[in-house]
Design a binder for this molecule. Structure first.
Ligand code: ATP
Length: 461
């Protein structure tokens, strides 16, 4: 008899702004697979945030990938597609796509598709072409099927490099239209006790709880952190008053800057791409209405482009003090060009690499009475107003000015963070290469509402 098959299941574009959520659909699918013992999960469900700058996303451009071993591929395919058909907001504009790859390894082209989906704009045609090329891939489209792009990209992203975890707690459906009641004091206490192993729970500068959304979707809250244990125990610390449906732990690229890893030359950029560039400030900053700062930057090939630093990032104070000639590295998303203006780089982080020297120019001192001399006119020398002494060869003096800026990395404050933004403390916590074995040791409590004997604790590929 054949051994179990390894399935990689990508799902995307199942929700609309009226409610629902692709992670919630994944939660329901996972619980059902476990309840009916249809398979053994070999990794946490992945929550992959794709290029955050594409305008046709519903919210955070998230797609999901489930990886499990099963003896019954057909049953899993039926199960997943039935859930997607029944629980997607297709009538309200969702366009789900599902990819089910049965293979020990993810083909290179699928991995490359996933890598590009982080920073570029990909087409549905390309996704379909790849899906059709492999016998090991089943694919399903609903509505216009645009979700196939995200579902294929999620399967292509295995996250063996840096990653984080999020425990997402779900509401009971009957509560979804009510206000979420979260005690800010509990969130503050949890943040203080678990930082830096959890992050972005609370914005201390602006006194805001960050773990809960505000819409009608079934997510009650989500705690992000470095290990599955810490995010689950933090959820327990926050213990809301509302009775919840359950929770599930996702492994994710949130908080990793994965969309900004690609260095882009200005001549190659297109609207909605994401990336970074090391460039030089070529026009002094201009502060516009709303407190936003506009710079002009030039790359090594001599191409210039406008870069906008928006007020909510809290980086405008730094950006406004940049000067022509400063070398900066910027992470950015490319804004749309219009008939009125060309593309603009929307800055997501700013690292000052080198500050240009700034000089003040003074008239020279009189050698006889130490007073500053007065210029006699261009190239005509200087005369001392006090003693009358003349110096035809004297030169103006250039004095280096101390800059009121320091080199180094500047990132937005938490209220300006996107899902993918790497918080400053995570620069020291980046996880390097992860082996399949270490990813696949799932903790017993990774998903709630499963009888203990059905929880998987030691699955391996
Ligand atoms: P949620 O976060 O609530 O799941 P969302 O913000 O992920 O919603 P979707 O409804 O999934 O938004 O819509 C995003 C759409 O963009 C999907 O159809 C997905 O296939 C597509 N998409 C994702 N990344 C890219 C990309 N790099 N290029 C082109 N299309 C993309």
């Amino acid at each position: 008899m054949c051994g179990p098959e390894l399935l990689h299941i990508g799902i995307d574009d199942t929700d609309s702004l009226d409610g629902r959520c692709t992670t919630h659909l994944a939660y329901n699918i996972v619980r059902d697979i476990l309840k009916n013992r249809l398979g053994d999960f070999v990794d946490y469900p992945l929550l992959i945030r794709l290029n955050p700058n594409i305008p046709w996303k519903t919210r955070g451009n998230g797609a999901v990938c489930l990886r499990l071993r099963t003896h019954d591929r057909k049953k899993i395919v039926d199960h997943v597609t039935r859930y997607v058909e029944d629980e997607s907001a297709i009538d309200a504009g969702a366009n789900p796509g599902v990819i089910i790859l049965a293979s020990r390894v993810v083909p290179d082209v699928v991995q490359e598709f996933g890598r590009r989906a982080m920073y570029d704009i990909l087409s549905l045609e390309k996704a379909k072409k790849i899906a059709r090329k492999y016998d090991s891939i089943d694919h399903f489209l609903y509505g216009n099927g645009h979700g196939l792009i995200g579902s294929l990209a999620a399967v292509g992203t295995q996250l063996w490099g840096d990653h984080t975890f999020e425990a997402i707690a779900y509401r009971k459906l009957e509560n979804c239209k009510t206000t979420r009641k979260i005690d800010p004091l509990k969130v503050i206490k949890c943040s203080e006790e678990t930082f830096p192993n959890t992050f972005n729970n609370y914005d201390f500068a602006h006194h805001r709880v960050l773990i809960a959304p505000h819409g009608p979707d079934p997510v009650f809250c989500g705690v992000r952190g470095e290990t599955p244990d810490i995010v689950v125990s933090s959820l327990e610390m926050i213990k809301p008053k509302e009775q919840l449906d359950g929770y599930m732990v996702f492994r994710s690229n949130q908080g990793t800057n994965m969309h900004l890893l690609n260095e882009l030359e200005f001549r190659d950029i297109k609207p909605y791409m994401s990336g970074f560039s090391v460039c030089r400030v070529s026009k002094n900053p201009n502060i516009i209405h709303g407190g936003h700062v506009i710079l002009e930057v030039k790359d090594d090939c001599g191409n210039s482009i406008a870069a906008a630093v928006y007020e909510p990032t809290d980086l405008t104070n730094i950006a406004s003090r940049l000067k022509i000639g400063d070398v900066v590295e910027i992470g950015f998303g490319v804004g749309e060009s219009t008939s009125k203006h060309q593309e603009v780089l929307n800055v997501e982080y700013l690292s000052i690499v080198q500050l240009s020297q700034e000089f003040r120019v003074y008239n020279p001192f009189c050698e006889d009475c130490s007073k500053r001399m007065k210029s006699e006119g261009k190239n005509k020398g200087f005369q001392c107003e006090k003693c009358g002494s003349r110096k035809s060869t004297a030169q103006k003096i250039r004095v280096n000015q101390e800059r009121d800026l320091k080199t180094g990395l500047y990132i937005p404050s938490p209220r300006g963070h996107r899902h993918l933004t790497k918080p400053s403390h995570r620069y020291d916590l980046v996880k390097s290469f992860l082996t399949i074995d270490s990813a696949s040791k799932l903790i017993g409590s990774w998903v709630s509402s499963i009888p203990l004997d059905q929880r998987i604790s030691e699955n391996r590929l």
